[in-house]
Design a protein around this ligand. Sequence first.
Ligand SMILES: Cc1cc2nc3c(=O)[nH]c(=O)nc-3n(C[C@H](O)[C@H](O)[C@H](O)COP(=O)(O)O)c2cc1C
Length: 208
Amino acid sequence: MTAAAPVVFLCGPRAGGNSDAAGRAFAAGLTRAGHTPRIIALRDHDVAPCRGCGACAGPGHRCVLDRPDDAAAELFAALDAAPVAAFASPIYFYHVPALFKALIDRAQRRYEVRLAQGAGDGPDRLAYPLLVAGRPRGERLFEGALITLKYFLWPFGFLPGPATLLRGLDAPGDLAGDAEALAAVEAAGEAAGEAAGIFLGDLGGPAD
Ligand SMILES: Cc1cc2nc3c(=O)[nH]c(=O)nc-3n(C[C@H](O)[C@H](O)[C@H](O)COP(=O)(O)O)c2cc1C
């Protein structure tokens, strides 16, 4: 059986920025641990924002925005299939950028499905937050993003893994120019890859 691929989502609008560098370093670590990660940049996919119409709470849990020109279902399918995931995002106004929040809000359909089906066996996979902020200080800098990620992940059967929180990185090349920080992110990716190991594949993961 071919093991399912980990997925690393690049969640910032700025191509080649610090969150991209964090996501790519984490992916390099996953590769070192023997995985073949898939990297998906959200900015390359169109996701319409939730309208709060409530259709997904009704019979069939349908989302009126799930159409061929909308990528939310395809992005969620990549997450569903992954034995381990990571979300690399900049902090915008103490939270995540709008394009990432649009995807998160579209998970409302999945939240309704999981509520209706019960908790099942509970989360058995880890998704790693990789968050980058321009400010060098601030106790609560990452709080909003982290709590949102926790509840976003629940309907997909993921728990948040240890977060990589990077501060004081503002200009696009700041992280790329910090070999020590990059190495730490890569090491976190390698540890995540080793923790995911071969066990989920052997037991039959959600991709089966
Ligand atoms: C719209 C916007 C809002 C931001 N809000 C914050 C913030 O609340 N706190 C902070 O520390 N940095 C903030 N920043 C700075 C970014 O987090 C920082 O530049 C980061 O490195 C961007 O990641 P990127 O290079 O992947 O785009 C903001 C940047 C933008 C463009």
